[in-house]
Design a protein around this ligand. Structure first.
Ligand code: SAH
Length: 495
């Protein structure tokens, strides 16, 4: 069997946007991924579903896999011909034992590549508005491990460090913080030298404690600062007052859970990330085209026979699935030339436009009830209308559409809404629901639990109604658009 290959990949310090393009590419191709504890969860989502995932995490004092076990796993997987990605926090060669992991591969002639990563040593200060070098303050930056060997920091030459007058960045140093500061002061560092401890950098839980080398340790004890954290010492720390930017974004510090189906998450995720949110994509529902497609095929044949005046889509998924079917039958959009098309809102309209068709009708408010009502007043009676949507669609659309007029409606189920695994043990500040079924999916079978802790941001009345049934605290977007949803999320986050 041909030997595989190992890619040693740096995942960056937490924010998934800081994974490199190359890192993402090799991850997408991986057969096996061996990853550490500090890898951002959203990054793990780039791993293909069928790849083998092996957790090699080490948390201080609690070793899950010994280093030589990890080395062996990499070797064995590669010898089986696999594309193996060894995913490590930050940069793999900055206190990441990346070098050690390559030794055994080298001995066994297993090919490897290294994909450098954004190191926490520089990125975490950057997210706190601290440039690690600045011409006015220093001419060097030093990255030092604060990890105690056999309980002592003897290996650090504090005198040498102080003499450099450079910026000092300590990784793995929180538990030794007081010893580090003491070492620097004893070696002659000015007691007023600015210092900062930067915890959980580049994530919504980012926190900064600022002080001087003489008082930072006491301040951190008081604040009980969580790890991981970097310690930075030097005049550049004073710049964070002017340059801090991350915490000023409207959604900084907010972890938002998105529950909508995978294929429709990316737009909203991007909008929220741009505002500084940490986004957790955890779809609670998905869509599955119906296995039995006879009804759809019949409906498409009816369209060809000019049997309908109107066709209605109520979701982008409906558009996608309908057109996939149409194309797979060897047809194209020309069969729709004689039919008017109504959509529920902008997202659906966009999905339609991507397939070369402009919607004839969009209601003023993006919900089923308004669509039904407004389209009804547009119709003269006697029209035949085909609705292509989920098997369980809302009733208001049909009720309003057929009010006081003879409208012949075919409610065509083209897909099923399937519930994904429920969201367990995810730490989030706000949960976003874009349909009643995303709420149902979130709750799953666990209907009796207390959901009053969930701050639910809902796209519309119906969705909010569903969330309230489970006792969630709800807020509703003023309009059923993503923009308005984002506005509501910002309001909720700043309350
Ligand atoms: N190879 C990694 C460092 C591994 S050592 C890199 O290049 O970033 C682990 C140490 O990195 C932690 O003890 C902490 O000091 C630092 N660290 C990693 N991620 C961090 C984060 N998000 N915020 C603050 N410090 C972090």
């Amino acid at each position: 069997m041909a030997v595989g290959k190992v890619w040693l990949v740096g995942a960056g310090p937490g924010d998934p946007g800081l994974l490199t393009l190359k890192g993402k590419e090799v991850l997408r191709d991986a057969d096996t991924v061996v990853y550490d504890a500090l890898i951002g969860k959203e990054i793990l989502k780039f791993i293909p579903d069928n790849a083998k995932k092996i957790f090699a995490g080490k948390r201080s004092g609690n070793h899950y896999l010994k280093q030589d076990e990890t080395n062996r796993i990499l070797l064995n997987e590669a010898l089986q011909g696999k594309k193996v990605v060894r995913l490590k926090g930050g940069d793999p060669f900055v206190f990441g034992r990346g070098g050690e992991e390559l030794e055994l591969l080298k001995e066994n002639n297993v090919p490897f590549e290294v994909v450098p990563g954004v190191t926490s040593a520089f990125a975490v200060p950057a997210y706190n508005g601290i440039p690690v070098t600045h011409r006015d303050f220093c001419s060097s930056v030093h990255v030092i491990t604060g990890h105690k060997k056999a309980g002592s920091l003897d290996s650090i030459d504090f005198e040498a460090l102080v003499r450099t007058k450079g910026t000092l960045v300590f990784l793995m140093g929180v538990s030794a913080l007081s010893d580090i500061c003491e070492g620097l002061l004893k070696a002659g560092m000015d007691k007023d030298t600015p210092a900062a401890v930067l915890s959980r950098g580049t994530t919504a839980r980012q926190k900064r404690i600022s002080g001087t080398v003489s008082d930072i340790s006491g301040k951190c004890k008081e604040a009980d600062i969580p790890t991981p954290a970097v310690i930075i010492v030097g005049k550049v720390c004073s710049l964070s007052e002017d340059f801090s930017w991350y915490e000023k974004l409207p959604l900084a510090g907010t972890r938002v859970l998105l529950t909508r189906p995978k294929e429709s998450q990316s737009v909203l995720s991007k909008m929220l990330r741009e505002k500084g949110a940490e986004v957790i994509e955890s779809p609670t529902i998905g869509t599955e085209p119906l296995k039995d497609d006879r009804e759809i095929v019949n409906a498409i044949n009816d369209i060809k026979r000019d049997n309908y005046e109107w066709l209605i889509f109520t979701s982008p998924a409906g558009v996608r699935i309908f057109f996939d079917k149409l194309f797979s039958l060897g047809e194209d959009i020309r069969i729709l030339s004689g039919i008017c098309i109504a959509v529920i809102g902008r997202g659906t309209s966009k999905a339609l436009l991507e397939r070369g068709i402009r919607a004839d009708f969009i209601p003023s408010k993006y919900d089923g009830e308004t669509l039904g009502k407004e389209l009804n007043s547009h119709l003269s009676g006697g029209e035949k209308v085909l609705i292509a949507r989920a098997r369980i669609g809302n009733n208001e659309l049909i009720r309003e559409l057929s009010k006081d007029k003879d409208i012949f409606i075919t409610d065509l189920a083209i897909y099923d809404t399937v519930y994904e695994k429920t969201v367990e043990d995810v730490d989030f500040d706000l949960a976003v629901f874009t349909s009643a079924s995303t709420v149902k999916g979130f709750v799953g079978d666990d209907t009796d639990r207390d959901y009053s802790y969930v701050r639910a941001i809902c796209i519309g009345k119906q969705t909010a109604g569903e969330a309230e049934r489970y006792g969630m605290q709800t807020r509703t977007a003023s309009e059923a658009t993503l923009e308005s949803l984002v506005e509501e999320i910002i309001k909720a986050a700043n309350k």
